[in-house]
Design a binder for this molecule. Sequence first.
Ligand code: NDP
Length: 288
Amino acid sequence: MTAELIDGKAAAASLRHAVGEAALTLPRKPGLAVVLVGDDPASQVYVGSKEKAAGKANIVGSVRRMPGSSTQEEVLSVVRELAADDHVDGILVQLPLPEGLDADEILSAIPAEKDVDGLTAPSAGALVLGQEGLTPCTPQGSMRLIKAVESDLSGKKAVVVGRSILVGKPLALMLLDANATVTIAHSRTKDLGAVCREADILCVAVGRPEMVTADMIKPGAIVIDVGINRIERDGTRKLVGDVEFDGAREVAGHITPVPGGVGPMTIACLLRNTVVASARRQGVPVPE
Ligand code: NDP
């Protein structure tokens, strides 16, 4: 059996298109502000692609670039200024922040209704309580890919490997909300292989190249590989996931490739959150 590929690139393109159309139906164009502190090269690239993607989706993107030497108070005052700006519907503080800055305090200055990254305590609380809010982008993107394959998760057994605030924990909550029976595995889990083999839906967000192998996968399972790892093999640099793809593909029913799986969904969901936030702030129904 060879698994069907879940094409995250195509799914993300179609979501971005839908978001762009939805943005045009709002009374005012949605606004997304990104705060970038310091000159971390990876962050520069991520922020650049977010700004570009926003523009293509009819969202007014802006980047507040601040020097790496900025103080806590300076970053806080920029976030507070954006919080008070009526034309800004979404605020994203690019992480990681330079050493010496307190990310928790800075994130908590983002009002919940503008928290398009879904990473503040009120957003996490809303997810736990099943209340209206904005959900983190990578798990939201993973859920969209799962739902594209299997719309009804009732009675399905889901295993999430990884319990980070960014991915594992919120993804587990979203799967639970969708009526899956959920197990969360992590570095202290005993016999990870046996736990994973139970899964109809196996989501892996660990950050260890090719850690999950074919023998850990239930035949026919949906495998969502969130990992992005840069490795060097045979003298060339390449990106691999947390799942050993070639082997897993022979066992799984559906699988996301790396790259081209969950990765592209993250920015698409950020744009979707911005349109949702904007519609709510403008007091109009959230477009489909
Ligand atoms: P973290 O490092 O924050 O969390 C990793 C999790 O994996 C922890 O819960 C840890 O357990 C668990 N873990 C580590 N080693 C093992 C092991 N041997 N067995 C079982 N569990 C283990 O990572 P993130 O959640 O932020 O990211 C995970 C991966 O997803 C990374 O590769 C990252 O690059 C990628 N990622 C991709 C995104 C995308 O857009 N596609 C976005 C965000 C992340 P414990 O808690 O016990 O330490």
